[in-house]
Structure formats: structure tokens, C-alpha cells
Ligand binder design. Structure first.
Ligand code: B16
Ligand code: MG
Length: 214
């Protein structure tokens, strides 16, 4: 029986992809590294430092960076990104997502966020969902990023439920793999759904209300 739903944040509850893209693009341009949507797609759900490694791998010059330089680049990207996040507001939360979350809560499902992002708190505040979830597990609480199951297992623990009682909602392949490794079923949206990942591929977020009752 399903008792809880764990939501990824970026690409599921709201869309911050374009801000990640713009911020990484600025860094890549400064370093003269080719960067496009195809590379950006590989960054979904993976941590900031791992994202940077993927971008640096595209470099044609073969220039090597020290750990300190990488830290500085990641910090700089985050500053660009947070500047862009400032324009977010409750209008960035769709009615469909909001109503589905309210209905899950009305049916007494436990709900949590399981995100790789260290900016999850700021994003939730911006879209008006600060304090809404029963638990928020994010990049600040984990050692290993998706596809490792740590973020989802910690969320289940915080909710007081077993992995098999959870459904994860994810938009990234790294996230659907993490859900599988956690022993949780997964409803995929967006890019992950298009790839046929997860146990269910949703076209609409509200389909979740039928899935949890299956
Ligand atoms: P930050 P999610 C992930 O969030 C993003 O999909 C991914 O693109 C990003 O690199 C990662 O968070 C880390 O984000 O730099 O804000 O700590 O999809 O797991 O909610
Ligand atoms: Mg995501």
C-alpha cells in the first residue's frame, strides 16, 4: 500500500531548468567550452560539482583545473543561478501541481521533497511552498547524489514510512535510477517519461492521483 509520495523538485514541482542552463552557459562561455541543450540534459538531477565535471569534459583545450578552481567555478555558477531564481514567485507553481498536492494531503498521504539541490529551501520559499511538505530532504542533507538512493531513503525515514510504501515522482534518469535503487516505485514526468523510465510515464501531473490508488 502506498502511504507517501516523494517529489523531486527541479523539473517536477517547478521548472528551474532554464535558470540552471543560463547560469552554466555563462560559465561555459567564459571558459570557451561548447555547451548546448544536449549537454544540459545530462545535468538533470545530478549534483552541482558533478555537473561541472560534465561541462569541463566538453573542453576542446584539455585544460586542467585544480580543486580550488573547480570550487570557485561552482560557487560562481551558484551566484548566477541564485540571481536568476530571484525572479521566481508563487506564479511559477502551476494550479495543477498545487491542486494535486492539496488533494494528496487531503487523502492523508505523507508528502516529501527529495532533491539534489542545495537551493531547494530558497526555491520552495519563492514558489510559496515553504513549510508545506512533511519533510524536505535535499542536497544539504546528503553525501551521495542521485543516482544513489540516499536522498529518497532519507526522505522515507523522515516521513516514518518504508521504501515500498513510497512513490517517487521524477523527471531525470538519475532520479528514476535512484528510486529503483531505493526499492521505491517511480512515476516519471518530462524527459524521464519520454525515455520510458520509471514504472509509470505521466503526461499530466494530476495522473498521480490515480496512480497512488492502484
Ligand atoms: P544546486 P533536482 C537538481 O535538482 C537539478 O536537477 C540539477 O540540475 C542540479 O545540478 C542539482 O539539483 C543541484 O542543484 O546547484 O541548486 O545544488 O532535480 O534533484 O530537484
Ligand atoms: Mg529534477
Amino acid at each position: 500500500m502506498i502511504r507517501a509520495v516523494i517529489f523531486d523538485l527541479d523539473g517536477v514541482i517547478c521548472s528551474t531548468d532554464q535558470y540552471h542552463y543560463q547560469a552554466w552557459r555563462r560559465i561555459a562561455d567564459e571558459l570557451e567550452i561548447p555547451f548546448d541543450e544536449r549537454v544540459n540534459d545530462q545535468l538533470r538531477g545530478v549534483s552541482r560539482m558533478e555537473s561541472l565535471e560534465i561541462i569541463l569534459k566538453q573542453s576542446k583545450s584539455g585544460k586542467l583545473f585544480t580543486s580550488a578552481q573547480k570550487e570557485a567555478l561552482a560557487k560562481c555558477k551558484n551566484e548566477y543561478y541564485r540571481e536568476l531564481l530571484n525572479q521566481m514567485s508563487p506564479a511559477d507553481l502551476s494550479n495543477e501541481v498545487k491542486e494535486t498536492l492539496l488533494e494528496l494531503r487531503a487523502r492523508n498521504y505523507r508528502i516529501a521533497i527529495g532533491s539534489s539541490s542545495k537551493n531547494a529551501g530558497l526555491i520552495l520559499e519563492k514558489i510559496g511552498l515553504d513549510g508545506f511538505f512533511d519533510a524536505v530532504t535535499d542536497g544539504t542533507c546528503i553525501i551521495r547524489s542521485k543516482p544513489d538512493p540516499e536522498v529518497f531513503l532519507k526522505a522515507a525515514e523522515a516521513l516514518g514510512v518504508n521504501p515500498e510504501e513510497c512513490i517517487v515522482v521524477e523527471d531525470a534518469e538519475a532520479g528514476t535510477q535512484a528510486a529503483r535503487a531505493a526499492g521505491m516505485r517511480c512515476a516519471a514526468v518530462g524527459a524521464a517519461a519520454e525515455l520510458g523510465e520509471g514504472n509509470w510515464q505521466m503526461e499530466k501531473f494530476s495522473e498521480l492521483l490515480g496512480i497512488v490508488e492502484e
